[in-house]
Unconditional design. Structure first.
Length: 371
């Protein structure tokens, strides 16, 4: 896979900026599918945490799939979960039979959404965790890499050249990459779907008011209550994972992943991570006060296309999740949504989520056989 590729990046967020620049810098033809094409420069600059600057070129930026999808060898989604279905439906008529369709995030239900829309012959792949922690500095022009991952892990359908893809992305991102044995090893994660909701619950649920005198640092001010909530939810998550016949070593506990042993050590570890510095909770300033932004992706992504997916798999397996339910019930009230009713997946807003039941998966066997 060393020859020049035509690659279409779908989505103009932080990862879209960085990955487009990196792949172009490596010599590939990069197109962009975005709803804001007029705001993109042809040249994108990315500065990393080592003060290295990467310069990339966008060949074509368009909001029309027919302009950028038909020629694509690789189509890579860099979008939140609530946009995946819409994006895949828009590109479907133009995806060639040989194109590989992937996502930098798989915990949002990408694999079953994509198979449902694109069909059983589609060549799917996805990352277990995103390759970079990054931020846009000037939209359509520049971005910053705050941190690199030490290893990339990629899952795929049986009909995709997973070995070739891992080699390709390892070379592109200058990071070792390995192939996962099952798509669920990329889909099931205690990263954002657990990390973000439990932190928000830990940060705000005990506060007597919704109005605050300052903005909160998401990680630098991480506390023991947030750690305890995260550990409790992760314990329930791990009980689910351990009942699924996949490589459990690919989905370590939150304590193991963060090289911690208990609540205080996890708090210290998360607070100390350099790439997490200066990241703030999304808040709205009004009349000298700050209010949590419940329309932010921490809510619209990590609940309906994150924590609820874990809950939906637990339901299929007959597993109770009291700690996860506590977070979900509090979060849905703040979002003015109803996903759970009496701790069951019976809320009126479930249709707008990535839960497996929405895509015809009602047994563990069906989940395992996908794709």
């Amino acid at each position: 896979m060393s020859e020049k590729k035509n690659i279409c990046i779908c989505g103009g967020g932080s990862l879209g900026h960085v990955i487009a620049a990196v792949l172009s810098h490596k010599g590939h033809c990069v197109n962009l599918l975005t709803n804001r094409p007029g705001e993109w420069n042809s040249t994108i600059y990315v500065t990393d945490c080592n003060n290295k600057t990467i310069e990339g070129v966008i060949h074509t930026a368009s909001d029309k799939p027919e302009d950028v999808i038909p020629s694509a060898d690789i189509i890579l989604l860099c979008i939140p979960g609530f946009l995946v279905e819409q994006m895949l439906r828009s590109v479907k008529p133009y995806v060639s039979s040989e194109a590989k369709v992937g996502s930098v995030v798989c915990s949002n239900g990408f694999f079953w959404i994509a198979k449902h829309i694109l069909g059983s012959d589609c060549r799917l792949f996805g990352f277990q965790r995103v390759p970079y922690i990054c931020r846009v500095t000037e939209y359509g022009k520049s971005a910053a890499i705050k941190g690199y991952k030490s290893i990339l892990k990629i899952a795929g359908c049986p009909n995709v050249d997973l070995s070739g893809l891992t080699t390709f992305f390892s070379q592109m991102f200058d990071t070792p990459a390995s192939a996962l044995g099952h798509y669920l090893e990329a889909t099931l994660t205690n990263s954002n779907p657990l990390l973000h909701p439990t932190r928000i619950y830990g940060m705000l649920s005990k506060q007597p008011t919704d109005a605050f005198d300052k903005e909160f640092f998401f990680y630098e001010e991480w506390d023991d209550f947030s750690s305890e909530t995260l550990i409790n939810c992760d314990n329930e998550f791990q009980q689910i994972v351990r009942q699924i016949p996949i490589n459990h070593g690919e989905i370590p506990s939150i304590l193991k992943y963060y090289e911690s042993t208990d609540t205080p050590s996890l708090t210290r570890k998360i607070r100390s991570i350099t790439a997490f510095k200066e990241i703030k909770m999304s808040m709205i300033a009004k009349d000298g006060k700050y209010y949590a932004d419940y329309s932010n992706r921490y809510f619209t992504e990590d609940i309906p296309f994150g924590l609820l997916i874990i809950k939906s798999i637990a339901a299929v397996m007959g597993k109770d999740t009291p700690s996860i339910d506590t977070v979900l019930l509090w979060m849905q009230e703040k979002m003015q949504k109803e996903y759970l009713s009496s701790h069951e997946l019976k809320g009126k807003d479930l249709s707008a989520s990535g839960i497996i039941q929405n895509f015809g998966i009602h047994t563990l066997d069906q989940l395992l056989r996908l794709p």
